[in-house]
Design a protein around this ligand. Structure first.
Ligand code: NAI
Length: 350
């Protein structure tokens, strides 16, 4: 089903409001989800709506959070979201970081006790649109072995960076620190396919190709990805005083409980380093040079991170909307708050 971006956003927003969320928070939430969907990131778009409405309606996101902002220094602060919805407070946190960076060169803002913040490239691109380098990372629920282990400890802990150029381009790198998302393993399960070795391990920590035997995911590049995951957990968890490592809450364990996640937003003002104009011009040069690199066998071109997302957004516009699964559209236009329950499922939503 092809749905116009505005219509999709409106339908998602209405669901969140029907579950009890205030309009401004529902609007931010729907905006970030639509942003994800329009660039083909459906795993962080409309497919999440039903889970969120169940969590909101069961009390697992505070509707009227008592948010506190503590500016701990000229360039630092903590926004405590009282387990409110992740999206509006990650946005507010990044805007505070940007404002600090405009004033003092750098803004380093932790968002503590918050719910899921989705595709974190949204927040880094916010910074880049305002001339800053944006950096974000966030905790997610434990489903990945630490290198050499057999039990899940860290989450898929994503990292993102975005930077402006002298033209309209924004370089935007945004990745989970696991080889593959859990969703890809679910796809293989439902299609009766095996998974490539190196995606996941069984209960003994041995690599598996049978998706039914998966007990945990693995980090990218072995011990190096494990180290990146730990870095995310230190910066967006331990540093902000929220539960960390294996104590990070599960997405599905209890939908009436707040998640107490940590999320970090950093904004860096190039004016305080090489100078804003030089930075932007230099970035444009680097991106042009990347595109001019001779492609390797089997590749048509070298793309800079975020370039293909821009192409997908253009394709969405050309097609007149975002292609979503019919079943999800039927749900969005229905009167149901949610049709399936995720409450008290395991870490793999089973
Ligand atoms: P991915 O594997 O699709 O892309 C990772 C990065 O590689 C992107 O920046 C993309 O631009 C770049 N890239 C991919 N192909 C490229 C190519 N051919 N040339 C140049 N660059 C290329 O992303 P992944 O790891 O699947 O993450 C998806 C989303 O999930 C992200 O938005 C992430 O923030 C989100 N996420 C959120 C979590 C949360 O708890 N909030 C947890 C895990 C992921």
């Amino acid at each position: 089903m092809l749905v116009a971006r505005d219509e999709l956003k409106e339908l998602m927003k209405k669901k969140f409001m029907a579950a009890g969320m205030h309009e401004n928070h529902a609007d931010d939430m729907a905006e970030v989800l639509a942003w994800s969907s329009e660039r083909g990131l459906h795993s962080h778009g409309e497919v999440r709506v039903e889970y969120y409405t169940e969590r909101i309606s069961k009390g697992g996101m505070t509707i009227d959070p008592k948010v506190t902002w503590t500016q701990t220094g000229p360039c630092s602060g903590i926004l405590d979201a009282d387990n409110g919805c992740g999206y509006p407070f990650a946005i507010e946190g990044m805007q505070k970081a940007i404002d600090m960076a405009k004033e003092n060169g750098i803004g380093f803002v932790g968002v503590a006790n918050v719910s899921h913040t989705g595709a974190i490239g949204y927040y880094t691109e916010m910074a880049a649109k305002q001339g800053m380098i944006g950096l974000s990372c966030t905790q997610s629920d434990p489903m990945v072995i630490p290198y050499g282990g057999a039990e899940p400890f860290y989450g898929t802990n994503p990292i993102a960076l975005a930077a402006p150029t002298a033209d309209d381009r924004i370089v935007s790198f945004d990745m989970a620190t696991t080889v593959q998302a859990w969703g890809k393993i679910l796809d293989a399960k439902s299609a009766g396919r095996s998974i490539p070795e190196g995606w996941a391990v069984d209960e003994d920590g041995s690599p598996v190709t049978d998706p039914h035997k998966v007990n945990a995911l693995v980090a990218i590049a072995g011990p190096k990805g494990y180290g990146l995951m730990m870095m995310v957990d230190i910066l967006s968890g331990v540093l902000l005083g929220v539960p960390a490592g294996k104590h990070v809450s599960s997405m599905y364990h209890d939908l009436s409980e707040g998640r107490r996640l940590g999320h970090l937003n950093v904004a860096i003002n190039p004016e305080y380093f090489c100078g804003a104009d030089e930075f932007r011009a230099h970035m444009s040069e680097v991106l042009d040079e990347l595109n001019a690199v001779k492609p390797g066998v089997g590749f048509d071109k070298v793309y800079w991170p975020g370039q293909r997302a821009q192409m997908r957004i253009q394709a969405t516009k050309d097609a007149g909307g975002i292609e979503i699964v019919d079943d999800i559209y039927d749900y969005l236009v229905s009167d149901d708050l949610y049709r399936h329950s995720w409450d008290h499922k395991n870490r793999f939503a089973e």
